[in-house]
Design a protein around this ligand. Structure first.
Ligand SMILES: Nc1ncnc2c1ncn2[C@@H]1O[C@H](COP(=O)(O)OP(=O)(O)O)[C@@H](O)[C@H]1O
Ligand SMILES: [Mg+2]
Length: 234
């Protein structure tokens, strides 16, 4: 469970003060699939940074899995991130000359999971992210964009996170390839009951989620169940 209560974020520079988030409140139940949608400058990235424990709010409360993480120090935030959150970025952020398996195993390298177990988990995550087994030993720069993003999704899954957070995950993909990635998220949500939050500025992407939170100028203007969730079956 996630609970945001009156989250406000103010960026201060010498000359200006920007209120990027204004009294944002919402809850997320386990197993939800949510899109946070808004135009450029509306506060999406700021909200993503707070949800992902990359930054803390100026004021307000953020409960993640029962713990108030709104005023933690950097090292404590890093610990929460490592254990509870899987990130997927627009630009994939893979190691280009490492194999697919190696990329996915990476988050486990500094854990005390034995090597054989790490590889087993990586393969399972890749399978769940929908990558064909014949690609597991390819170098990641030999893959297509859609395959790269599925590897990135697998990497986000390998720690068994509480929440999967994706920032414009289809932003670098053509619409056909984007569908492959959205299908992977839907499968994770439907079959594995994973909690997924996708940040996007496009309705075309948001309509694949079960719930859409609309944000403008740092405020939530609408929070709705998407009764016309577009389900992808490829
Ligand atoms: N580090 C920062 N310092 C100052 N202002 C910022 C910073 N990051 C974002 N902003 C401002 O906060 C507002 C929201 O930005 P952002 O969260 O990046 O929106 P979005 O991701 O929806 O485009 C914008 O007005 C932006 O200029
Ligand atoms: Mg942004």
């Amino acid at each position: 469970m996630i609970e945001l209560l009156n989250i406000t974020k103010i960026y201060k520079t010498v000359s200006v003060e920007t209120k990027a988030l204004k009294n944002v409140s919402f809850n997320v139940k386990d197993g939800e699939f949510i899109a946070i949608m808004g135009p450029s400058g509306s506060g999406k990235s700021t909200l993503m940074h707070i949800l992902g424990c990359l930054d803390v709010p100026t004021s307000g409360k953020y409960l993640l899995d029962g713990r108030d993480v709104s005023q933690l120090f950097d090292d404590e935030l890093a610990e929460v991130r490592k254990n509870k959150i899987g990130f997927v970025f627009q630009s994939f952020n893979l190691l280009p000359r490492a194999t697919v398996i190696r990329n996915v195993v990476l988050p486990l390298v500094y854990s005390n999971v034995p090597k054989i177990e790490r590889e087993k988990r990586a393969k399972e995550a890749l399978f769940n992210a929908g990558l064909e087994e014949s690609h597991f030993n390819h170098l990641s720069n030999q893959l297509s964009g859609g395959q790269m993003q599925r590897v990135a999704i697998a990497r986000a899954l390998v720690n068994n996170p509480f929440l999967i957070l994706a920032d414009e995950p289809t932003g670098n993909l053509d619409s056909k390839t984007g569908e492959i990635v959205l299908e992977a998220f839907q499968k994770l949500n439907f079959k594995q009951k994973r909690t997924v939050i996708i940040i996007t500025h496009e309705f075309y992407v948001a309509e694949h989620a079960r719930r859409i939170i609309h944000i403008r100028d740092g405020s939530i203007i609408k929070d709705e169940i998407n009764h016309h969730q577009r389900i992808i079956k490829l």
